[in-house]
Structures are given as structure tokens and as C-alpha cells.
Write a protein that binds this ligand. Structure first.
Ligand SMILES: [Zn+2]
Ligand SMILES: [Zn+2]
Length: 252
């Protein structure tokens, strides 16, 4: 392909983002080229920027909460990972991590997030094919095991699929049942999405504990939190636990 596309490259910890242009790759069997519509800024991206992620490669094209549309795809790509047929022009969301499906964690432990051979879009060192992260115009699914699925939601909603998956997983692991009380620590995107999922799972009372941004605590209330506790106003852990126990139906 003669066309070029832009990526925002972060050079080092606390470094600079520089927009660079590279030729768009030609698709080959099993690969997909996507025009990015939206990319979220994950807390992990911020941690990477500040050097809090041990193995982060630099320079890097960050961004893994991605919604976009297919503009070209290789001959073997017919379906998304849920089995729905896909074609050029379809909006898709990406599962950023690629797991080996062979190691102990992928097979026996069933915790692929600990996969020993995992690679992930948005965390790859800058090299060909360059379009490996969401802070860019295009994304290239160079790995044939890349999982993505078609979505009908508008791009600005589809973008939440990846962080929403984390929230659903958290609620799933907590095994929240109708009528129960839940406590969510943190009012970032994941915390607020977890609140929505906990309510959808039937939790009657959900308490949210947050700091820093007061408007997020207000948003938590709008989204159905029964209690929104500001850690700065109630810094004592024991006191926060007491408040939550007092409002819970069962004392927990
Ligand atoms: Zn993330
Ligand atoms: Zn694995």
C-alpha cells in the first residue's frame, strides 16, 4: 500500500510523544488493517509513561482500548472471534492481549492474563509494522491469533468494551448475587464500570470509595452508588469500614 499513516511514539519514561509517519502495511493472509476511531487512555498507559511498569518497551506506541473500522483484510479472515462474518467497513473492537494458549496459565490455571508468552497491542517496541498501538491513525493486526469482534455500538461506546471486560471479570470473580452489598475501591473508569456491572448483577447496595476527583464520586451516585465515600474526608480505614457496615443490610 502506498498510503502512509501516523502514530504517536513515546520515546522514554516521562518522555515526549512525537507523531511519526510510516507506510501502511499490505495485508497478508490472516492479518487485518483497521482505521482507528477512538482509543481510550488507560491507567496502565499513565503508569507506563511514569515508568511504573517494569517491562515496558521504549520507544512505544501506547493505547489498547481501541474501536475502529476494518479497511482491509487478508484472504483468510472471514469471521470475528465470536464467529460472526466480517467485512471491510465493519466496526470492531480489539482484545489487545494475545495469549499462547499452551502454557500452564493458559491451559490448567485458566488465568491467561498471566500467560508466560503473552504479547499485547499497545505494549510493543516500535518496529515494523509500526501500527501496533492505539495512539495512531491505523492499527495492523499483524498476528493471526489476534482476537477482535464486530460491534454495532457507536465508536465512542464501543471503545469501552475492553475496560468493561475487566469490570465484568471482577464482578464475575466476586460472585455477586442479587441482594448483596458490594464495595468498590476507586472511581476511575474501571471502578465506575464495575459499579454498573455490580448493580446489573443484582447488588442492592453498592458503596464506592474514591479520592482525588470529587466529580467522579458524584458520577458514581448518578450511576447508582448508594454511598460514595471521599477518602480525603474520611481518612481512617476503620471509620470507612464502620460506615459501610452500618449501611449494609447484613452488617457486611
Ligand atoms: Zn488498560
Ligand atoms: Zn500462555
Amino acid at each position: 500500500m502506498d498510503k502512509k499513516g501516523k502514530v504517536a511514539v513515546l520515546d522514554k519514561v516521562r518522555g515526549r510523544f512525537t507523531v511519526k509517519e510510516y507506510p501502511l502495511p499490505d495485508v497478508s493472509p490472516g492479518t487485518v488493517l483497521v482505521r482507528i476511531e477512538y482509543c481510550g487512555v488507560c491507567g496502565t498507559d499513565v503508569h507506563t509513561y511514569y515508568g511504573k511498569l517494569a517491562d515496558a518497551p521504549f520507544p512505544v506506541v501506547l493505547g489498547h482500548e481501541i474501536a475502529g473500522t476494518i479497511i482491509d483484510m487478508g484472504s483468510q479472515v472471514k469471521k470475528d472471534f465470536l464467529g460472526k462474518p466480517v467485512k471491510v467497513g465493519d466496526r470492531i473492537v480489539l482484545v489487545p492481549a494475545i495469549h499462547c494458549k499452551k502454557c500452564y496459565y493458559c491451559t490448567l490455571a485458566k488465568t491467561p492474563s498471566k500467560c508466560l508468552n503473552m504479547i499485547s497491542y499497545g505494549f510493543l517496541p516500535l518496529k515494523e509494522p509500526y501500527f501496533t498501538g492505539g495512539y495512531a491513525e491505523y492499527l495492523y493486526f499483524f498476528h493471526p491469533k489476534t482476537e477482535f469482534f464486530k460491534i454495532d455500538a457507536p465508536g465512542e461506546v464501543a471503545l469501552f468494551a475492553e475496560p468493561l471486560a475487566i469490570a465484568i471479570h471482577a464482578v464475575d470473580r466476586a460472585r455477586i448475587k442479587p441482594g448483596q452489598t458490594a464495595v468498590i475501591q476507586g472511581t476511575g473508569a474501571i471502578g465506575l464500570l464495575t459499579l454498573i456491572c455490580a448493580k446489573s448483577s443484582g447488588a442492592t447496595k453498592v458503596a464506592v470509595v474514591g479520592r482525588r476527583r470529587k466529580e467522579r464520586l458524584e458520577l458514581a451516585k448518578e450511576l447508582g452508588a448508594y454511598l460514595a465515600i471521599n477518602m480525603e474526608e474520611i481518612p481512617e480505614v476503620k471509620e470507612r469500614i464502620k460506615i459501610i457496615k452500618d449501611f449494609s443490610a447484613t452488617g457486611y
